[in-house]
Design a protein around this ligand. Structure first.
Ligand SMILES: NC(=O)c1ccc[n+]([C@@H]2O[C@H](COP(=O)([O-])OP(=O)(O)OC[C@H]3O[C@@H](n4cnc5c(N)ncnc54)[C@H](OP(=O)(O)O)[C@@H]3O)[C@@H](O)[C@H]2O)c1
Length: 332
């Protein structure tokens, strides 16, 4: 098999031939068609992620065809078109993952390769309405967006939702899911063009988080947000507390710009806010996400398709976030 391998932090990934690891009982080998990038892959290449142990094949997202079944796996999987749930060993508690939880693509070899081995329990049938690119783009962003909106955010029809940094892969998925669920969705971005594109897929409107007075205009146009889904954190977090409706929820699944400088706890308790963390999702979140995507025929937005051989360019692109939706790698 061919794979893009991380041999050291802040080093280019190296495209190499590699002998596949021996297949464990209960596992399959998927011949990958497309892999997708997540910011996690970028953080790992920069050494900004715990537990980095090169050499490792990065990549949490992929779609392909089951090529080999290990001992104990129903051989009817062979030849089936699948996507992979990248969250391993969630455990039995729906509220939070177990200590043994891990994500495909570190420490376990991931999807930036022609083949990946994975427990068969992680496989899901590729939804028929999705292209290979869309299917590969779905898993990590899809389950993260779904858990943030529903299991953690408790989104109800007709509520007002604010999704920050709409260019992000998870954010665009959250926009599509929230619109499909009948919410009034507003967005923020650093780019007017991305705001216009978000409106094109159902957002009511958007605001430049780079402008200091965006919260004033948000209040004028949107009122207040019942649910805010954020992955930026940092200095902008205090604005989210300002625009949250009384009794509202702010769900964070990331902190791209670091921790908030300060949190006005007076506003938090007076407005009866809930500040909620969220990370990826349980197997049942994943199944619910697949059901929603299939029911509403949601198609993840693909920003661009880059050949596996140019994977370093794709990872480098994530530094400045030019994308609207997902960057995917074409493998075969
Ligand atoms: N906990 C989890 O399970 C989980 C899962 C997935 C991702 N994450 C984390 O969530 C974050 C986003 O991941 P992703 O894969 O969706 O990343 P991505 O596709 O690279 O998107 C990053 C986006 O962040 C937005 N952004 C940057 N600075 C911002 C700011 N100051 N305020 C608001 N938005 C800002 C930008 O939006 P604009 O371009 O619109 O300005 C950018 O497009 C990362 O920190 C990632 O590590 C966590």
């Amino acid at each position: 098999m061919r794979a893009l391998i991380l041999t050291g932090v802040k080093q280019p990934l190296e495209l190499m031939d590699r002998t596949p690891a021996e297949l464990a009982p209960g596992e399959v080998i998927v011949e990958l068609r497309i892999a997708a990038l997540n910011r996690r892959d970028y953080w790992i290449t920069q050494g900004m992620y715990p537990g980095i142990e090169p050499p490792v094949i990065l990549g949490s997202d992929g779609a392909g065809v089951v090529a080999v079944c290990g001992e104990g796996v129903d051989s009817s999987w062979i030849g089936r078109e699948v996507i992979i749930n990248p969250g391993l060993n969630w455990g039995s508690n729906e509220s939070a993952q177990a200590d043994s939880f891990s994500i495909l693509g570190l420490p376990r070899d991931g999807t930036f390769a022609t083949h990946v081995s994975i427990p068969a329990t992680q496989l899901h049938e590729k939804p028929g309405h999705l292209s290979w690119e869309e299917a590969a783009a779905l898993p990590l962003a899809g389950v993260t967006a779904h858990r943030a909106l529903f299991a953690q955010g408790g989104l109800r029809t007709g509520e007002s939702v604010l999704i920050t940094g709409i260019g992000g892969g998870v954010a665009t998925m959250a926009l599509q899911m929230a619109v499909a669920s009948g919410a009034d969705v507003w967005v923020t971005s650093s780019s007017l063009d991305k705001i216009e594109r978000a409106k094109g897929i159902g957002a009511k409107g958007g605001f430049l988080y780079t402008e200091n007075d965006w919260t004033k205009r948000f209040r004028g146009d949107a009122g207040a947000a019942n649910l805010i889904v954020d992955s930026a954190g940092g200095a902008g977090y205090k604005s989210l507390i300002d625009v949250a409706a009384p009794g509202g929820r702010i769900v964070n699944y990331g902190a791209t710009t670091g921790p908030p400088e300060s949190i006005d706890l007076f506003k938090v308790f007076w407005k009866q806010l809930r500040l909620q963390g969220s990370t990826m999702g349980s197997p049942s979140d994943f199944t619910a996400m697949m059901k929603l995507v299939t029911h509403h025929k949601i198609r993840p937005l693909i920003d661009r398709v880059i050949p596996l051989e140019q994977g370093n360019e794709a990872v480098a692109m994530m530094k400045s976030s030019p994308q609207f939706g997902k960057i995917v790698l074409a493998i075969s």
